[in-house]
Write a protein that binds this ligand. Structure first.
Ligand code: MN
Length: 302
């Protein structure tokens, strides 16, 4: 049996893994065996999707020394691949990212389009060849949703949307399953809010003094966040950074709203004066998405 792999970048997301599984299935035949495999680990969101579709989890056991041919999906970038990666064995690349290292792959056909998900390109192959494989089509549909944040991220294109519609005509995707998939991604908010808040925390010198603003963009964020835990974590961040003023901007992609939380009473006053709110409270929901760059930083200096 030959030793062919479909691979993506180290610690791939749902798009990378969905493409690896689907391409391996598409390429495998009586004479040729293709194995989807993963460098690094598989995230919670992806595991949820694979389990709910009853698709087996790809192996992480890759014998690069003995590899015959490789198809690479969702990447063609040197920095995203392991040291010693056999570039010359790559026969085909399917990607949607700019600035790849084309020259490293002398034997590869490269398909690279600037669209929202590599899964859209693989799904197009299934649709064009009229291959009706319901779990695989659903997997690719979930990957498109994951990569485009349910068509909320700016990266999606009409191509992605068209392919997604065609997938749904053949293999409808349950809206509740979509919510549950995205919730897997937001679990960090429940598990360790302090780590989540610290991941994107910036300090600004403003006319009010130094102000820390943490921001998280997540799906169904309002239902994942415990406000009092968030206040405590925010105060901890404020203390560590020797700040009196500290705010959190939680962008809920599902409801297209922002939940803003203040660390302490001084920060509550700042919050109400920044947005001319009638009263001071530890949290406030805005009926639109606020962004730190456009809705906080300019106001802090005005
Ligand atoms: Mn991708």
């Amino acid at each position: 049996m030959n030793n062919n792999y479909v691979l993506s970048y180290i610690n791939p997301d749902t798009d990378g893994i969905a493409c690896a599984i689907s391409m391996a299935k598409l390429l495998s035949s009586k004479n040729e065996n293709w194995t989807p495999a993963v460098f690094g680990s598989i995230g919670k969101e992806t595991l949820f999707v694979l389990n709910s579709l009853e698709i087996s989890i790809p192996t992480t056991d890759i014998l690069l020394d003995e590899v015959d041919k490789i198809v690479l999906v969702d990447t063609h970038h040197k920095t995203q691949l392991p040291i010693g990666f056999p570039y010359d064995r790559v026969v085909s690349i399917i990607d949607h990212h700019p600035n790849g290292d084309e020259d490293l792959f002398p034997n590869a056909d490269i398909l690279n389009r600037k669209i929202g998900a590599a899964a859209s390109l693989v799904a197009e192959m299934y649709i064009k060849r009229k291959i009706v494989d319901i779990p695989i089509l659903k997997l690719l549909g979930f990957a498109i949703l994951s990569n485009t944040l349910n068509f909320c991220a700016p990266s999606w294109t009409e191509f992605d949307k068209n392919i997604f519609r065609k997938i749904c005509d053949i293999a409808p995707i349950d809206a509740e399953q979509i919510d549950r998939m995205f919730e897997q991604r937001s679990l960090i908010l429940k598990k360790d809010i302090y780590v989540a808040l610290g991941a994107d925390f910036k300090v600004f010198d403003t006319k009010f003094g130094r102000v820390g603003v943490s921001q998280i963009e997540a799906y169904n964020l309002e239902n994942m966040i415990d406000v009092s835990q968030c206040v405590d974590a925010l105060q901890r961040l404020a203390d560590e950074n020797e700040l009196d003023l500290c705010l959190f901007n939680g962008v809920d992609i599902r409801y297209k709203r922002s939940l803003v939380i203040a660390a302490n009473s001084q920060s509550q006053e700042l919050l109400s004066s920044l947005f001319r709110l009638d009263e001071c409270s530890e949290s406030h929901i805005f009926n639109r998405i606020l962004l730190r760059k456009t809705d906080f930083v300019p106001q802090l200096n005005m």
